[in-house]
Design a binder for this molecule. Structure first.
Ligand SMILES: NC(=O)c1ccc[n+]([C@@H]2O[C@H](COP(=O)([O-])OP(=O)(O)OC[C@H]3O[C@@H](n4cnc5c(N)ncnc54)[C@H](O)[C@@H]3O)[C@@H](O)[C@H]2O)c1
Length: 320
């Protein structure tokens, strides 16, 4: 049986990768220090869980024993958090990625890295293609670009199989809604269901390529299983673009209610518009999304409705 390690596997995206791998009949090991992830996200999944940090070298090397591939998801994944605490962001997102790469190299494992559209910064041209120069606007984005470049260098100098996937805005069940650093769809869904006001940074016209999480998990498996050129880097997204105001309109239609809104100042380090070119992922590995924005939102709202009614259960997403 093929065994895969997922760093940060108790988090939002990592737990969906775990679920997809188990469904495909693979063995799964997870290393996660639970700083933001939750054990409940892995409830009912038959896998090996190691609680601890990727910065703990002996635990990391134990986690790598006998694995065929690594999905590197562990990170402090927030632009504003990195603006507030750049050193913590650097330690986990930069040094942590270097440590994971070294341990994966020594274990002879292929590595697929979770990178970010924040690498592009605020480009005038949309959609964002992989050949555009990087222009990080936050410590988080700098660390992600550093990780990407390490992957490319490890492919060249150590002949290691690495793939970099630039996610755009991923959404869906199990995304944390309860932190100031939560993703916008998670926050808006929870506020709307609780009857609270939503806070919109700036005019709400900023737009994002929202991608449903099971598509991102499937793209990860494809990247691991497909034989790709050394050090491949590609966008992994749906290729659509919706503003925050579009998002609120869609939520109001689904919930058949008016959601109170308050506009506040723009966030430092944020980009205005984001939309992926999806051609490379399609050409290299036949990747297409299967869940559109509207369907994904309905699935997400259903999940938050039952999760908020009973948070300790952290129900699994029946659709995935
Ligand atoms: N969610 C998105 O829209 C998005 C977009 C672009 C890139 N990404 C990247 O995808 C990856 C997964 O993001 P997510 O949204 O699932 O976030 P998440 O916070 O839910 O998952 C990250 C996981 O990493 C764990 N972690 C953090 N520091 C760790 C450490 N030192 N050792 C071990 N585990 C640690 C956390 O506990 C958490 O479970 C991250 O690398 C993130 O930067 C996410």
């Amino acid at each position: 049986m093929t065994t895969y390690l997922i760093t940060g596997g108790a988090g939002f995206i990592g737990s969906h990768i775990a679920e997809a791998l188990l469904q495909a009949g693979h063995g799964v090991r997870v290393i996660d220090d639970l700083v933001f992830g939750k054990k409940e996200n892995l409830a009912g999944m038959d896998l090996e869980f190691l609680e601890g940090s990727i910065l703990d070298d002996s635990l990391l090397r134990k986690a790598m024993t006998g694995v065929d591939g690594v999905f590197h998801e562990a990170a402090l994944p927030s632009v504003p958090r990195s603006v507030k605490d750049p050193l913590a962001s650097h330690e986990v997102n930069s040094t942590g990625t270097l440590r994971v790469l070294l341990a994966a190299r020594d274990a002879g494992a292929k590595l697929v890295m979770a990178a970010s559209s924040s690498a592009y910064g605020d480009t005038e041209t949309l959609p964002k293609t992989e050949d555009m120069p990087v222009h990080p606007l936050s410590p988080y984005a700098v660390a992600k670009v550093y990780g990407e470049q390490l992957c490319s260098v490890f492919a060249q100098v150590y002949d290691m199989e690495t793939v970099v996937l630039r996610y755009f805005n991923v959404f869906g069940p199990r995304q944390r809604e309860d932190s100031p650093y939560s993703g916008v769809i998670a926050k808006f869904c929870a506020a709307a269901l609780n009857g609270d006001e939503v806070r919109i940074d700036g005019d709400g016209l900023q737009s994002r390529d929202f991608t449903y999480v099971t598509d991102v998990a499937r793209g990860n498996l494809l990247a691991m299983e497909t034989s790709l050129p050394a050090g491949t880097l590609m966008n992994l997204a749906g290729g659509g673009r919706f503003s925050l105001l579009d998002l609120l309109d869609a939520l109001e239609r689904i919930l058949d209610t008016k959601i109170p809104r308050r506009h506040v100042e723009d966030r430092a380090g944020d980009v205005k518009h984001s939309q992926a070119s999806v051609e490379l992922a399609r050409d290299l590995m036949g990747f297409e999304t299967q869940v559109g924005f509207q369907d994904g939102l309905e699935l997400t709202i259903d999940w938050y409705r039952s999760f908020l009614a009973n948070p300790s259960l952290s129900p699994q997403d029946s659709s995935s």
